[in-house]
Design a protein around this ligand. Structure first.
Ligand code: AMP
Ligand code: ZN
Length: 469
């Protein structure tokens, strides 16, 4: 059984009831990373949004077939691989690995498909062939462009007035600025010596950036999809161009039913971005000793359609909020003998769980969902203070926390493992050794394991100190 869910569809400009073609296979495509560097936490706001979308739909009874693309060819990648004297694949592989590690660190669930642009070149060429047949393209100096004036619906998603558009003005880089209405490149003739290129009936070259999403959707789903997501900066021109390509190449097929766009993470009121230099990578924050759970909590605790100003102080608040919820869970769990709290609540906590689900069903309203949780916690703490939480209600409440944790993946709904001082010291020694060997993955894992069982490490000038939470 699925529960109805409402989404703010950017195409419609309003909330509407979500009607997937098949609730047992909801098709979702999300624009993913360009792999030439570490992603910053602004990027991760978009990916956490995708994770919340995924986990919410699953909690509401839907089954998913989800894709996030990996852009492994663009101007920056080409330039840097030439500079470093390595192939595109050699250059991008470590960045893809780092991206996947970061997803794990932030407890972002893996989706079903992570296609790479370089694996979908033939599908992209096929789209250009169809666009040629349908008379949407022209050639200039060896490159192929999409003539946006030929596509009557251009501007419908972004609601741009295209009447004053610059016809024949061309765009052939991978960098686009908002509000630029120009014909965009589909197939780019090579410009640099040694630049990676592919053969096609349009000559040697490589695809323009927009093309990969249209091609991958077609390749993976063979037709249109239920939901397409991306950061708000992608709404125009990227998503507008995706529509122009897909509808131009396959005019009789539906493309995207629901468009969802995530607002930006800001720093001092400005979009966090690599080009502005105002960014933190996830790893920057981890080296400052910040718990990834606080980052996840902060990024999901604001509604995805509101701007979020990032600050370290906000991460500290996030950490306190996590602790408030965790303390209540620990207070209840301490009195329980059993360990298995799986399954959804059916008694005392059922209505609170429904409030939580209803908030998610209202356009993924995570702040509202958190509001219902904090209200409930207040009530439970009063009961605990007065010894009024019965055994049965306590267990039902732990089922509630376990269930909401399917969304958060932040809390520990189990008893703390008791660990003695010698064991702690031995793990600290192992971590020091791992750090010496620059094995930061292991050293981070040890720190996280200790943190999970309530042991906080502090790197001080006089060595590593530890304390219980
Ligand atoms: P990029 O690697 O720049 O193509 O971005 C990858 C994803 O991150 C896209 O969905 C962008 O819209 C998104 N993104 C980039 N910067 C931010 C930001 N400051 N806040 C939220 N999402 C962002
Ligand atoms: Zn895309």
């Amino acid at each position: 059984m699925t529960k109805p869910i409402y989404f703010y569809n950017s195409q419609k400009g309003e909330k509407e009831l979500f009607k997937p073609k098949d609730p047992l296979e909801v098709k979702i495509y999300s624009c993913g990373p360009t792999v030439y560097n570490f992603n910053h936490i602004g990027n991760f706001r978009s990916y956490i949004f995708v994770d919340i979308l995924r986990r919410s739909l699953k909690l509401l009874g839907y089954q998913l077939n989800q894709t996030m693309n990996i852009t492994d060819i663009d101007d920056k990648i080409i330039n840097q691989s030439i500079q470093n004297g390595v192939t595109i694949e050699e250059f991008t592989q470590p960045w893809i690995k780092a991206f996947q590690e970061d997803l794990d660190t932030l407890s972002i669930e893996k989706v079903e498909h992570y296609p790479r642009a370089t694996d979908s070149i033939q599908e992209m060429i096929h789209i250009i062939e169809n666009l040629k047949k349908n008379e949407f393209i022209y050639e200039k100096e060896g490159s192929i462009y999409y003539s946006i004036g030929k596509f009557k619906e251009y501007g419908k998603l972004s609601k741009l007035d295209t009447s004053g558009m610059i016809s024949g003005a061309r765009y052939d880089t991978d960098e686009y600025t908002k509000d630029d209405l120009r014909d965009f490149v589909l197939w780019k003739a090579p410009k640099l010596k040694g630049e990676k290129s592919w053969s096609s009936i349009f000559g040697e070259g490589r695809p323009g950036w927009h093309l990969e999403c249209s091609a991958m959707i077609r390749k993976i789903y063979n037709s249109g999809i239920d939901i397409h997501t991306g950061g708000i900066d992608l709404l125009f021109p990227h998503h507008e161009n995706e529509i122009a390509q897909s509808k131009g190449a396959y005019p009789n097929e539906e493309f995207v039913n629901t468009w969802l766009h995530c607002e930006h993470l800001l720093v001092d009121g400005q979009k966090m971005s690599k080009s502005a230099g105002n960014f933190y990578t996830l790893r920057d924050l981890l080296t400052k000793g910040i718990d990834p759970k606080s980052i996840r909590y902060l990024l999901l605790s604001f509604h995805y359609r509101t701007k979020l100003n990032f600050s370290i102080a906000r991460l500290e608040e996030a950490s306190k909020s996590i602790q408030r919820i965790q303390n209540t869970i620990d207070r209840i769990i301490e009195t329980k003998e059993i360990e298995d709290f799986s399954g959804i609540p059916v008694g005392y906590s059922l209505s609170k769980y429904e409030d939580f689900l209803n908030s998610l069903a209202d356009d993924l309203n995570t702040p509202k969902a958190l509001g219902t949780i904090f209200e409930f916690i207040k009530e439970i703490n009063v009961k605990l203070d007065n010894n009024q939480l019965s055994e049965e209600d306590g267990i039902d409440t732990l089922k509630y926390f376990n269930s909401i944790n399917s969304l958060f993946s932040i809390f520990r709904v189990e008893k703390l493992n008791l660990i003695n001082e010698a064991e702690i010291e031995s793990l600290i020694e192992k971590r020091i050794e791992a750090k010496k060997n620059k094995d930061f993955k292991t050293s981070d894992e040890i720190r996280d394991t200790l943190l999970e069982i309530g042991i906080i490490l502090e790197d001080t000038k006089s060595g590593v100190k530890w304390k219980r939470k």
